[in-house]
Each structure stands twice: as C-alpha cells, then as structure tokens.
Write a protein that binds this ligand. Structure first.
Ligand SMILES: Nc1ncnc2c1ncn2[C@@H]1O[C@H](COP(=O)(O)OP(=O)(O)OP(=O)(O)O)[C@@H](O)[C@H]1O
Length: 336
C-alpha cells in the first residue's frame, strides 16, 4: 500500500505563494495501476515527484509499503529511491551511451554486482521490453517507442517495488502509445509491480488503470475505481475530460431531451451482459419497443461496457418499472 497523507506544496513566484498541492491524500493498493489525471497546472508533476521526494512537500507524509519516507535522512532516501523506478515523457537517456549501457547505469550506481551479473541483468531487461537486437545502438538510432522501452528497462533495473510514469506516452503517436501501454500492463501483470502514472489523457486511464484520481487546482476532486468514475463521473472536471474523449454523454442527453417526445432511457451494460441480447429479451417480455438514439461499445481496461440511449415507443409496463426489470438481467437502466 502506498499512502499519501495530507500533502501540501507551495511555490513562491513573483512574491506570491502558489498552492501546487493542497492537502492531497491518496491510497494506492499494492499491485494496482493508479492514474492521476488533470489539466495543465493541476499539480500532477508536483504530486508524482512528491512520491519519491524529488520534491519535498511542505507538510504531510508519504508512506511506501508501511515506511514513512518523509522521515528518512538524505542517505537513506537515496538508497530507497533505487527501488522506485521512474519513466519520463522525454525519456532522459544518456546520448553518449549505448542502449545496454543506459540500462546498466542504475546498476552501476547501486553497486554490489559483478560486471557479469550486471550484463546478465541488462540482457534480461532488454528481453522483457523486446529490445535484444538493439543493445549496441545509441539512443539517436532509435524510434520514440524504442527509446521509451529503454527508459522502462532502465527504470526496472534495480527490481523496484514502485514504478512512477511521468506522461510516459505523451510524446508518442497513438499506435506507439498503445504498444507502450500494453507493455506497462504486461509488466504490471508479470511482476505484480505497483505503477503510478500521471497523464492528461483519459484514454490512457481507460486502457491501463485500475483506479484514478482527478486533480484540479492542486486538489483531488474525485477518486475511485476507473469503471465507477467513468460510468458515473461526479465532478465537472471529470465530466469535461470524459466528454473530450467522446465518453461523456451529457451533451447528447441534452440534445435528445429537447427533440424526443417519448421517455428516454439510458442502459449501461458492464461485463458479460454487454455480450448478451438483453434488450431483445426484455423487449419480448414486456412489449418494449424502442427508438435507438445513440450507442457506444468500449472497454475499460479488460472489461467491456456499452451504453445505449433509447426513446421508449411502446411498453406493456410503466416506464418507471423498467430499471428493476433490466436490473434482473444485470443491466443498469435510468429513465432520463
Ligand atoms: N518550480 C516551480 N516554481 C514555481 N511554480 C511552480 C513550480 N513548479 C510548478 N509550479 C506551479 O505549480 C502548479 C502545478 O504545476 P505542475 O507542474 O505540478 O502541474 P501539472 O499538472 O503537472 O501541469 P502540466 O500538465 O502542464 O505539466 C502550476 O501553477 C505551476 O505553475
């Protein structure tokens, strides 16, 4: 478990004090992928840098697996940091070193291993990220995605128990982004490694994360399981971030409310019911005929989900009875 307890951080700028983080608390379960999302200036970079104390909070505590690292002296903290991997947006590779030598670098800093042991570990890491055939190249000879694979291998070198990703895919094209997200998901599964990432992109949260915190003006305005937050976003910032990726339904609902005279229902399918002909079944049972207004089918991490907006043209039962009838089939029904 990683616990962030009431951390605050202020910066002085032009004689003014800016609250980059204002009383932020998070609980991150071991082995999960936790995303922190927010708009530019929300405090994401400051928060992720507080998790390994590259940035010291003014107040509050950060505990990693039961150890309060805010109490460690500088020497102990440096040692502890060796087991916190970090992946950067712009890769931060050493240009004069080969791929293998970049990955070897943190092993050399940590010390305690023979050259042969370090070389064997480098080979293991390059195999993990699929770069065995590129070990003698320089960073300038690699694509962006390959550079990030080197960054990930380097971050894993000293067997970290926490991996921090600072906008790890923001500099990459969509296809390469998907490949890097798949690699991170794989590493999380294979190694059971806790991953905390910051991003401004809800698609990254949807594809990769188990839990999410939404940051706005230095405060956590919403947090929870990704599925819950996506299906019922509470805060305006979350709703607008979702709307930008086409996953918000607010605007659509507004349009149909004005134009459609019949009652409108919203059906939300999560998991197995998404793959079943539930609407057809209920339709036959209670004489429900609908006019489909919009529909989406998507995936949140590995869980399929779908949403349908439909106008009720005819029904043998009162529309208010429909939520209970759909609930029996494992589908959420809201009358809008
Ligand atoms: N070293 C600094 N000195 C002064 N102000 C800072 C410093 N670092 C960050 N800030 C301010 O703190 C606030 C939070 O910044 P931070 O970089 O953490 O946000 P962010 O969500 O990561 O933004 P972005 O997505 O643009 O990187 C902003 O108002 C920023 O201007």
């Amino acid at each position: 478990m990683i616990e962030v307890q009431s951390i605050s951080k202020h910066y002085q700028h032009g004689g003014k004090s800016i609250a980059a983080l204002d009383n932020v608390s998070l609980q991150i379960a071991s082995g999960e992928i936790y995303g922190i999302i927010g708009r530019s200036g929300a405090g994401k970079s400051t928060l992720i840098r507080c998790l390994n104390l590259l940035e010291r909070p003014d107040s509050g505590h950060v505990s990693l697996h039961g150890e309060d690292i805010t109490r460690l002296d500088e020497r102990a903290l440096q040692q502890r940091r060796q087991r916190i991997g970090m992946v950067f947006q712009h890769f931060n590779l050493l240009r004069s070193r080969t791929v293998a030598a970049n990955v070897r670098f943190p092993l050399e800093l940590a010390g305690g291993q023979s050259p042969a042991q370090m070389d064997a570990r480098v080979d293991e890491l390059l195999a993990l990220v699929g770069l065995q055939d590129h070990k003698h190249k320089r960073p300038s000879q690699l694509s962006g995605g390959q550079k990030q694979r080197v960054g990930i291998a380097r971050a894993l070198a000293n067997h970290p128990d926490l991996l921090l990703c600072d906008e790890a895919t923001s500099a990459l094209d969509p296809e390469t982004t998907d490949a890097i997200l798949a690699l991170l998901a794989d590493i999380n599964r294979q190694l059971g490694l806790t991953i905390v990432l910051i991003t401004h992109d809800m698609r990254v949260i949807r594809q990769l994360c188990d839990s999410v915190a939404v940051l706005d003006h230095g405060r956590v305005v919403e947090q929870g399981k990704v599925l819950d937050v996506f299906l019922a976003p509470q805060h305006a910032v979350t709703q607008s971030l979702l709307a930008e990726t086409g996953m918000g339904q607010g605007a659509l609902q507004g349009i149909w409310r004005q134009r459609v005279a019949t009652p409108v229902i919203k059906l939300t399918f999560v998991g197995e019911p998404t793959l079943q002909p539930v609407l057809d079944k209920v339709g036959r049972e209670v004489g429900l005929r609908v006019n489909l207004l919009s529909g989406t089918l998507s995936e949140i991490k590995d869980t399929p989900f779908g949403q349908l907006l439909a106008g009720v043209v005819a029904s043998d039962v009162d529309v208010s009875a429909l939520p209970a009838i759909f609930a029996r089939e494992g589908v959420r029904c809201e009358v809008l």
